[in-house]
Design a protein around this ligand. Structure first.
Ligand code: Z5A
Length: 214
């Protein structure tokens, strides 16, 4: 595989979506071939699954069902978008991937880790990011940002099913991400996301430059 697979992860409102866009521009300005994509989403099937998972649809989704829905979106995304781009030598920047399932469904929902990890391995065909940038900040600060942004949208377009969970759920997710970072310090680089957009952008650029060699 010739390309590089780089994922952006973090709790709600950590700023990863803002930063992935800026990182894409930064790399494109350097003449590098970049694909920016997201999970759940990135394919027509993934977009439909995203609607089911993130909007309040008036029906329950169990933790186990959630894992399989995220995994179905990931399987299609890996096959149709990520692997072909990597094989074509591109840099794929992806907003969330398997670490999100471990953090949200295993640590957050409390599902057993090993089956969740196995489902992730199956869905992603064993693909592991070369680099993961983890945007870390206290969950209260992230949720405040996320709710401010959600309040600006029409109620039928609000993807707020996860944000409305209890604070302890979000704290377990943050702890989960930090635990993964401790387990895999070579792959995960933790960035302080509590600073403004500009200092965070500079930190992300220095992580990317160090990783890509220049
Ligand atoms: N999920 C899961 O449970 N399992 C899985 O396997 C996967 C996902 C893949 C959708 O993810 C949800 O699915 C997510 C986890 C779950 N939970 N929720 N919700 P998502 O990535 O699409 O949604 P999100 O986490 O809510 O991301 P987001 O809303 O896109 O937030 P963000 O990317 O962290 O932040 P942002 O959009 O860049 O910024 C949020 C606001 O803050 C916005 O108004 C910015 O202008 C502002 N902002 C950004 N950076 C800053 C700084 N540095 N200072 C001040 N203000 C800032």
């Amino acid at each position: 595989m010739a390309g590089w697979f780089i994922t952006f992860e973090g709790v709600e409102g950590s700023g990863k979506t803002t930063q992935i866009r800026l990182a894409g521009e930064f790399l494109r300005e350097r003449g590098l071939p970049v694909v920016v994509t997201q999970e759940p989403g990135g394919t027509p099937l993934g977009d439909r699954i995203r609607e089911l998972l993130l909007n309040r649809g008036g029906f329950d989704i169990s933790g186990e069902a959630e894992v399989f829905l995220f995994a179905a979106a990931r399987a299609q995304h890996t096959d149709a978008v990520i692997l072909p781009a990597l094989e074509a030598g591109k840099i794929v920047l992806c907003d969330r991937f398997s670490d999100a399932t471990i953090a949200y469904q295993a640590y957050g929902r409390g599902l057993p880790q090993e089956p969740v990890r196995e489902i992730c391995r199956f869905a992603s065909r064993g693909l592991v990011p070369h680099l993961t940038i983890l945007f870390d900040l206290p969950v209260e600060a992230g949720l405040e940002r996320a709710f401010r942004r959600i309040a600006g949208r029409e109620s039928n377009l609000r993807e707020d099913r996860f944000e409305r969970e209890h604070l302890d759920f979000h704290r377990r997710i943050r702890e989960g991400y930090l635990a993964i970072a401790r387990q895999e310090p070579g792959r995960l680089k933790v960035v302080d996301a509590s600073a403004g957009i500009e200092p965070t952008r500079r930190e992300v650029q220095s992580v990317l430059s160090a990783f890509l060699g220049g």
